[in-house]
Write a new protein. Structure first.
Length: 444
């Protein structure tokens, strides 16, 4: 197995071809490995086989180039896993309605592996999950099948670190943590990923690797919640939080900059901390920080809707009956990723309060609303922005001309300080001194 990895003679199978799996599969192909892309969605496989990528970070041209090498085989049939020497699991790990881990996708992937894998196989799990998953859900079924750990099967955990839309850090140059369930597995994981990733960071166990991913994302969740709480407090105190953050950032040590916004999105930050919280409870430990951060972060879209109401009220209008345009629906700039986007929650809450809501997002031009209806973006026509009672800047993609948005809009709610200190006379900016406060100070 080791020599196969070193000589790139091993065939690699990726289970799950989404935001994590597809870029990883492409990376293995580009580095000279015969690669299998397996996904249970026949529709996705058909689309990818035609050269159409639904992942913004993988262009159609890049995908087609990989397909043209004949080193990238796509299939919706699990039988293809029998050809693989190494299998990497990149499937979703959502939460249930009770905010508990839903291991269904991982269990299904492991079932396919147990049934169809070769007698000797290396397995790596990349899906974010709680510490202990690799041993419980991968090793246990393989051992029950009669495999021997360290002899004919090896298992690692290596957390994905995909950041959709990031032009600086991508699959190849983002350091890769690898933890094996035993020493032989860790060594093989380090060798395999080392053929593809610039920097591999080996750790002593799968549990350390699993915990490291949750630590990364819980850290972000807590700090985002904290800075949003500070922004809301600063508004009450009539202090500009954005200027305050810049002032604090001048300290060259002991401070890490986080900025407020309309809420958190993506598959990681909104969900991953709750995996850790769930695991903590199983150990009779209650993590107050995690729970409070989750509560604060999920309240932010509602806070933005309240800000929209205040801005409209200042102009003798109510949300009910107002025409409102949301600018940017993806959860982060320059991405088409709508998963858990705060823009979706803002949209639903505005509609529930009687607003006539449209959106403009050329990066993510279509989404399904809570009623199952498909909503489509309006064209990027800045003149048309003047037809709306309120324009809410949710996600300021680079494609947007912020100057034109400011010029053409009647009234603006800027949730991310995208317009900085411009258009003060028509803007309600989250975290800044508001128009009512400015007017009151003027009277005094």
């Amino acid at each position: 197995m080791k020599n196969k990895f070193l000589n790139k003679e091993a065939k690699i199978a990726i289970i799950g071809l989404g935001y994590v799996g597809l870029p990883l599969a492409v990376a293995f192909v580009q580095k000279g490995f015969q690669t299998i892309g397996y996904d249970t969605s026949a529709k996705k496989i058909q689309s990818l086989a035609s050269g159409t990528s639904d992942i913004a970070d993988i262009s159609n041209q890049t995908l087609q180039t990989c397909l043209d090498t004949n080193a990238f085989e796509l299939s919706a049939s699990p039988e293809i896993l029998h050809e693989a020497d190494a299998i990497i699991i990149c499937v979703p790990t959502p939460l249930t309605e009770a905010m508990e881990p839903d291991m269904g996708f991982i269990k299904h992937a492991v079932q396919d592996i147990v049934i169809h894998a070769k007698e000797e196989v290396f397995i790596s799990l990349e899906s974010t999950t709680y510490p202990g998953t690799t041993r419980e859900l991968i090793c246990a079924p393989m051992l029950e099948k009669g495999h021997i750990l360290g002899y004919d099967f090896f298992a690692c955990y290596s957390p994905e670190r995909v950041d959709p839309g990031n032009k600086k850090f991508h699959t190849l140059n983002t350091p890769k943590v690898v933890g094996g369930v035993d020493a032989a597995s860790r060594e093989l994981g380090e060798i395999l990923y080392g053929q593809v990733i610039d920097t591999v960071v080996p750790v002593n166990s799968a549990e350390v690797a699993e915990m490291s991913k949750l630590l990364e994302n819980t850290f972000r969740s807590i700090n985002i919640a904290f800075i949003n709480e500070m922004a809301l407090l600063a508004e009450k105190m009539e202090i500009d939080i954005w200027e305050t953050i810049e002032a604090a950032s001048s300290k060259p040590f002991g401070f890490m900059k986080f900025t407020p916004g309309p809420g958190i999105g993506g598959h990681c930050i909104p969900l991953d901390p709750m995996y850790l919280s769930w695991k903590a409870k199983s150990k009779n430990f209650y993590s107050r920080f995690i729970e409070l951060a989750h509560e604060t972060n999920h309240l932010m879209p509602e806070k933005m809707v309240d800000h929209a109401a205040e801005a409209l009220n200042l102009h003798q209008k109510s949300i009910n009956g107002s025409k409102i345009l949301l600018v940017g629906m993806a959860y982060k700039e320059n991405s088409n990723d709508l998963r858990e986007s705060p823009g979706l929650h803002i949209y639903e809450q505005l509609c529930a309060r009687g607003a006539d809501v449209s959106f403009c997002d050329p990066e993510a031009p279509v989404f399904q609303d809570a009623n199952g209806n498909m909503q489509k973006s309006i064209p990027v026509d800045y003149k048309a922005f003047s037809n709306y009672d309120l324009v809410v800047i949710v996600t300021p993609h680079q494609v947007f001309d912020l100057e034109q948005i400011g010029t053409e809009s009647q009234l603006i709610l800027d949730t991310k300080n995208a317009l900085k200190d411009t258009f003060q006379e028509k803007k309600w900016a989250y975290g800044k001194v508001h128009m009512t406060q400015v007017m009151t100070k003027g009277v005094q």
